[in-house]
Design a protein around this ligand. Structure first.
Ligand code: M6R
Length: 601
């Protein structure tokens, strides 16, 4: 995903910008660039691929005095990964970098083209710099022209702009994408970063810009505005100096950080892929989806649970016959692989040995293959015919959280992409997808409640996680999360299966975590939970509807769509597992016997 850096000061700009970009590398990117303005001279370098390509190109470039500079790592959304599409983008005498999506860029582009402006790239970003220069025709003051430019942008953005019209100033704006303004004790030196990883070690004080903030910074100081009002004395906070704790951003564990991050990474997953009444995957251009009569989904562990979730969505929404397989089983069972099937592997790492082998098998059998993956350039991404990246950013916790959330989101979008839903239904699904970032935000109240509840769940002879339909794979995932990091015995079951055997275990020492969404088979699930309650099992019910036969009750919001209930319950299960593990004194991020990437069979 894209990264932004910026610098104003006397120190060597190139090194500061490139160092900052390196710290953002983990987010994934396909091209990078920097633009530095020293006096009246712009120096601009762009390169495809890894940062060392950019470093090589800029090898002989140095600044000698005061300079301002902006830099960017681009993860292509509008337009292919090419040098021309890499940021910074040039107007006549200004450069811009941007993260996010300008939703009305086509409209702005047409307006500017009608006034004779020529565009060089296929990006949405380029409209910002041309619009700014166009505004300068009527507003002579660059800060005014910048403010009028920002006013016209719809969508999500974090942007930095530099211009020869004011060669000691960086203009900035934030709406929907992260951006931090930072400084240290050196007078007149300022930094920007889309994450504080780019700033640690360079700056000591940071101001985390709010949506709607914009303004400019020069050696004379900061002018920060919000809705045309100047914010006096913005509240800077101290940046951590220790990189590891900084990477955890104040959270106790990477897993905790990753659970909290789900809201923002899901916005990245959705970015550029939703239209008003359709889903768009640039990655699937050229794929004739009509020729598949079935889908085969293959994965391991948590990714298998995403696959299982997707099977409900593919059949229900896309009406395509779908089968799901555990990779280590498929490998050796001499399967009949049908060329009319789209073969989809799902993997966070893209390196899991069993999944990778099934991908090879499918390719050898002549099937069309697609990987849903979090790591660009991984073995699976390189091997599959098509790849959709989930854009979760690096996941460090061995127990997968945000990778699962982003996989399910991509697969839900894919089921819509393959569907022929009527327009209104499609619009409703897309509107629901747009609510995911909000739905997965962790509230203090919820987290506190789960911390308190967790002390009741440290013993017992086992946990049942139960749910029906989409909530069955979620129950499996909840049980896997708990067992991985707490080492307590936990199993996921379809709620309707209880009386076919597992209910024999019911007693007060058996804890049942019951997923009881109101939008999907509530009454059926409720009966199954009542059967367990009648046998004195300890019940923790998760539902928007009051349930008086439970020992503990976690109330969720009354969403209208099952997937919103799914995502809210997913966060609860992840946090509950983590809090139980913390109370048991386990290593949450590196549980015993487990590895993040399983590259052996
Ligand atoms: O990288 P992958 O998604 O292919 O990994 C598959 C499993 O090894 C992984 O999901 C594992 O189950 C996690 N530890 C779950 O938290």
């Amino acid at each position: 995903m894209c990264g932004i850096v910026g610098y104003i000061g006397q120190n060597p700009s190139k090194k500061i910008l490139l160092d900052g970009l390196k710290e953002l590398e983990y987010r994934g990117y396909d091209s990078a660039g920097i633009a530095v303005l020293e006096g009246d001279d712009f120096s601009i370098y762009k390169a495809l691929g890894k940062l060392h390509n950019l470093e090589e190109k800029a090898h002989d470039f140095e600044t000698h005095d005061f300079a301002i500079g902006i830099g960017h790592t681009r993860w292509a959304t509008h337009g292919k990964p090419t040098e021309l599409n890499a940021h910074p983008h040039l107007g006549q005498f200004s450069y811009v970098v941007h993260n996010g999506i300008i939703e009305n860029y086509q409209e702005l582009k047409s307006m500017l083209q009608s006034k004779g402006v020529t565009f060089l790239s296929q990006t949405d970003t380029e409209v910002i710099v041309h619009l700014f220069e166009h505004m300068l025709l009527t507003h002579k003051e660059p800060s005014e022209a910048f403010a009028r430019t920002i006013e016209q942008l719809h969508g999500a953005y974090a942007t930095l702009l530099i211009t020869k019209q004011s060669p000691d100033t960086i203009y900035f704006a934030k709406h929907g994408s992260p951006m931090i303004l930072a400084k240290n004790a050196t007078h007149g030196e300022y930094f920007f970063g889309s994450s504080d990883a780019a700033l640690i070690g360079k700056a000591t004080q940071a101001y985390y810009l709010e949506d709607g903030d914009y303004g400019y910074v020069s050696p004379q100081g900061i002018v920060l505005k919000h809705a045309n009002r100047t914010i006096e004395n913005p509240a800077f906070t101290t940046l951590p100096s220790d990189r590891l704790s900084a990477q955890k951003e104040g959270f106790r564990y990477f897993m905790e950080k990753e659970i909290y991050e789900q809201s923002t990474v899901l916005a990245d997953t959705l970015m550029g892929r939703l239209r008003d009444d359709s889903v768009y995957f640039e990655e699937l251009a050229g794929l004739d989806t009509r020729r598949f009569s079935q889908i085969k989904l293959v994965a391991c562990g948590t990714s298998y649970h995403s696959a299982l979730t997707a099977s409900y969505l593919f059949e229900r929404l896309a009406k395509i016959h779908t089968t799901v397989e555990v990779a280590s089983e498929l490998r050796y069972r001499e399967p009949l692989l049908d060329k009319n099937a789209l073969f989809i592997v799902i993997s966070q790492s893209g390196e899991t040995a069993d999944t990778l082998e099934t991908l090879k098998m499918a390719k050898a059998a002549g099937l069309t293959t697609l990987v849903v993956c979090n790591v660009d350039n991984s073995s699976m991404v390189r091997l599959a015919d098509y790849a959709i990246l989930t854009r979760a950013g690096i996941e460090k916790g061995v127990a997968s959280t945000k990778a699962f959330a982003t996989q399910v989101t991509v697969l839900w979008m894919l089921s819509l992409f393959l569907s022929a839903l009527p327009k209104e239904r499609m619009q409703a699904e897309i509107a629901t997808l747009r609510q995911l970032p909000e739905t997965t935000k962790v509230s203090d109240t919820l987290h506190e409640k789960l911390k308190r509840l967790s002390k009741r769940y440290l013993y017992g002879h086992g946990f049942f996680f139960i749910g029906r339909d989409l909530f069955y794979p979620l129950a499996l995932e909840g049980a896997l999360k708990l067992k991985e990091i707490s080492y307590l015995h936990a199993e996921g079951y379809p709620a309707g299966e209880m009386k076919h055997g597992p209910i024999a275990l019911a007693d007060p020492e058996l804890i049942t975590i019951a997923l009881m969404p109101q939008t999907l088979l509530y009454e059926k699930t409720k009966s199954n939970v009542e059967e367990l309650s009648a046998r004195d099992a300890t019940i923790c019910a998760i539902s928007p509807l009051e349930f008086d036969k439970s020992d503990d009750f976690i109330r969720t919001h009354a969403h209208a769509h099952p997937m919103l209930e799914f995502f809210e319950m997913m966060v609860i299960l992840q946090l509950l597992a983590m809090e139980i593990s913390i109370r048991l004194g386990n290593d949450v991020d590196m549980p015993r016997n487990l590895a993040k990437s399983v590259t052996v069979e």
